[in-house]
Design a protein. Sequence first.
Length: 255
Amino acid sequence: MGSGILSKESIDLIKNTQGSVVQLGPIISIYTLPKDVFTKLNEIVDKVIKEGGETKGSQLAGRIKEEYAIDPELLNNEDIYNYFNFIVYCYIRDCCLAMGFDERNAFYSKINIGEIWVNKMVQHEYNPIHWHDYKTTVSAVLYLKVPEMSQEKIDGKHQELAGQLTVVNKSASINSLEIPLINLMPIEGQIVLFPAHLLHTVHPFDNDVERISLAFNATHKFRSGSKEELKPRGKKSGKLGKNIIKRRNYHGKNK
């Protein structure tokens, strides 16, 4: 079984040989918003857009005309702010489990929600590749209104990434054995969370439609110097417990 084309017997042997896969790298989690949260957020965002709130365009990377700040008090009144805290805790829990640590470390961590803003994205607008504030550890995007976006060719070029979010982990090589980036199709009613230091971009679309999303930053800090400090799961020997990760198709369902 050296170099060159493998024999059928060798291929069959490889197919029937199963191993354990341990994920190394950033964790992305996708959740579905509760219906009441989704409804309330749409009402709040519609009001902010209609009234033309505080613009954030000059402070954000997006080449988007209408980007508005959201007053936390608006979210507090509808208990949405608490939901944001809750979902960040869920994400930190996912990361702890994926890294082989006890999920209780997430429950004892400190979470702070930072800036919150709305993106009203229209035809040909986009978010160039960027990352978020170095003091931020978690970024989140919620999809409130996602219209159909054409995937047809324009000037002979495919538009299959129209309106999608691309998250980049690192540069790729021709013989790379890892996924350097992932393209995420926006789905109405979903929230995506990922490490804030990762480069990411949102692709433009050619349809004359509106795509509305809400984004926020968060910072987490594990409490140190106590019995709740990060502890690996498993035996006292220090071996990590089984690293079980639900594989997702990144369209909101678990495989």
